[in-house]
Design a protein around this ligand. Structure first.
Ligand SMILES: Nc1nc2c(ncn2[C@@H]2O[C@H](COP(=O)(O)OP(=O)(O)OP(=O)(O)O)[C@@H](O)[C@H]2O)c(=O)[nH]1
Ligand SMILES: [Mg+2]
Length: 503
């Protein structure tokens, strides 16, 4: 996964006045949906509602210089390089907001660690945390803290008194906090070297296996001891995660992302967890969960007569378009607006799901050659603005049906919405997987690679199986209620992915 997160560059702006992003999709989302009311009873917010309200996930990284804060941020948010200022004595760097031009959905505050006797850094940090926790607007509040400390290799105190006090304060202010043990690979390497010194004939894989186990035991002892100290100081339990930016430790970064999401979801009352799911680029399950929980809410809002901007009934094509936009926002690929929200990509998605609408007795797989021709046309220099739908063989009747059909509890409508949602998530997932094997891609999306992702998805028998499922589940006169609908989508998607718990 590391390859995905290689590039990185954060631009810096001052906290006050708040940063003005360039022509950004945050702004586009905000202006596009400015007039959209939420439906308070239903709590059916969409991904775009969360982006509109929260704008960016605001995270504070605290830790001594060199512990690996910037490297971790690069890894988790899939950016190239966290340009971090040199600390100037007396200047409070924590106030500075770092906003990446490669991932605009998070804002980073960076604080050096608390050395004994350095009360000024500590006071500035506490002041910042208190103030940011009390701000009126959700978007201005601090949404999470990562207290970073290098994974200890030998005995000694892990936390300074200042760290303990910060944990206490974060608890009082209700700010989700995780203790992050960085550069974990170094502990594993130490253990491996010790083992090889004892037995130089030990096979490298066996040495690595034992070293991994021993490192985990050593860290666990530190954690238990730190927990005892905190208990004595009446500091409530704070969750922890270990990380490394090195290959082979991807599951640890994904676990940190999942843990952060869980704590944010539990401690904060709003949709900050959705903003987190959008901003991070290290965990597939976190993205998929948010898509399932929020991505199809426009459809449910429409069915409840509460869809934003609706006067009368919503048309199926409009609904698919809103669901599409929401899921694409959640995936937060660089270039996502340009490629994934294009009319051409929407046409490809319709092509992918059209067979669930047709009356033939079994699903027909999409023609890979047609997709290839279509992509060639889309990417050709002399291409017309919208390539002829005819290449894909999207029938006039199918398109007209989508454009004329009003949303209703009709099996044919539910079938298409479910097929579109699941297929879109699986194509994006396929691209995500594919990208990890191509170091140069690093979070960007383009047509040629997207085509390969389509083909990879097509090669799985998952598509065929899912399409048969949609057709059999939504037979004539059979429809699902909101919870059952969501549960089915989750079921179809979770067959294929699972959260990997690191040791
Ligand atoms: N072995 C190992 N080295 C790491 C890891 N993460 C970061 N490093 C290295 O540690 C050094 C410091 O990393 P940074 O990410 O710049 O640390 P920082 O906490 O941001 O440091 P300041 O910006 O000075 O506060 C760099 O040389 C990184 O390459 C890791 O997981 N394992
Ligand atoms: Mg740094």
């Amino acid at each position: 996964m590391k390859a995905f997160f290689k590039k990185l560059s954060l631009s810096r702006s001052q906290a006050s006045p708040p940063p003005t992003p360039k022509a950004s999709s945050v702004q586009e989302v905000a202006s596009h949906d400015a007039q959209l009311p939420l439906h308070p009873d239903l709590k059916l917010t969409t991904v775009r509602d969360s982006v509109k309200n929260i704008e960016r996930f605001r995270i504070l990284c605290v830790g001594c210089s060199g512990v690996g804060k910037s490297s971790l941020i690069n890894l988790v948010f899939g950016v190239h390089k966290a340009r971090v200022s040199k600390y100037i004595p007396g200047e409070s760097d924590i106030e500075q907001e770092y906003i990446s031009d490669q991932n605009e959905y998070f804002v980073l505050h960076d604080s050096k660690g608390f050395e004994p006797g350095d009360t000024s850094t500590f006071n500035v940090a506490c002041n910042f945390v208190s103030r940011r926790s009390e701000m009126k607007e959700l978007k201005d509040r601090l949404h999470a803290i990562w207290l970073c400390t290098e994974t200890p290799a030998s005995g000694g105190r892990i936390f300074e008194r200042g760290d303990e006090k910060l944990l206490q304060l974060a608890h009082e202010k209700g700010i989700p906090t995780v203790i992050v043990f960085t550069r974990y690979d170094k502990l594993v390497e130490i253990k491996k070297a010790e083992l090889l010194e004892l037995d130089d004939k030990l096979a490298p894989e066996l040495a690595m296996q034992s070293a991994t186990k021993q490192a985990s035991e050593v860290l666990n002892e530190f954690v238990q001891s730190a927990r005892r100290t905190m208990k004595n100081l009446n500091i409530p339990r704070v969750e922890h995660a270990k990380v490394s930016i090195y290959p082979g430790y991807d599951a640890d970064a994904a676990y940190l992302v999942e843990l952060t999401r869980d704590i944010v979801q539990k401690e904060l009352q709003n949709d900050e967890w959705v903003m987190w799911s959008v901003a991070q680029r290290a965990s597939l399950p976190v993205k998929i969960d948010a898509c399932v929980d929020k991505g199809i809410n426009y459809y449910h809002l429409s069915m409840a007569g509460a869809a934003p901007g609706s006067v009368g009934k919503i048309l199926l094509r409009e609904c698919l378009s809103r669901v599409h936009q929401d899921i694409v926002t959640c995936w937060n690929f660089e270039n996502g607006e340009k490629v994934l929200n294009s009319e051409e990509f929407r046409q490809l998605m319709l092509y992918l799901v059209k067979d669930v609408h047709e009356k033939s007795p079994s699903s027909t797989p999409p023609d890979i050659d047609k997709i290839a021709n279509f992509v060639t046309l889309v990417t050709a220099a002399s291409a017309p603005i919208a390539p002829p739908v005819a290449i894909l063989g999207l029938s006039f009747f199918f398109l007209k049906w989508l454009s004329d059909t009003v949303l209703d509890n009709l099996p044919s409508v539910e079938r298409i919405i479910m097929a579109y949602t699941v297929d879109l998530i699986l194509v994006l997932k396929s691209y995500f997987d594919f990208m990890l094997r191509k170091p140069g891609l690093a979070g960007k999306i383009d047509w040629i690679d997207l085509k390969e992702a389509f083909e990879a998805y097509e090669r799985t028998d998952e598509r065929q199986r899912n399409h048969e499922f949609y057709r059999s589940t939504f037979e004539e006169n059979k429809s699902l209620d909101r919870d059952a609908f969501r549960a089915k989508i989750r079921e179809l998607l979770t067959e294929d992915y699972s959260i990997i718990e690191p040791e």
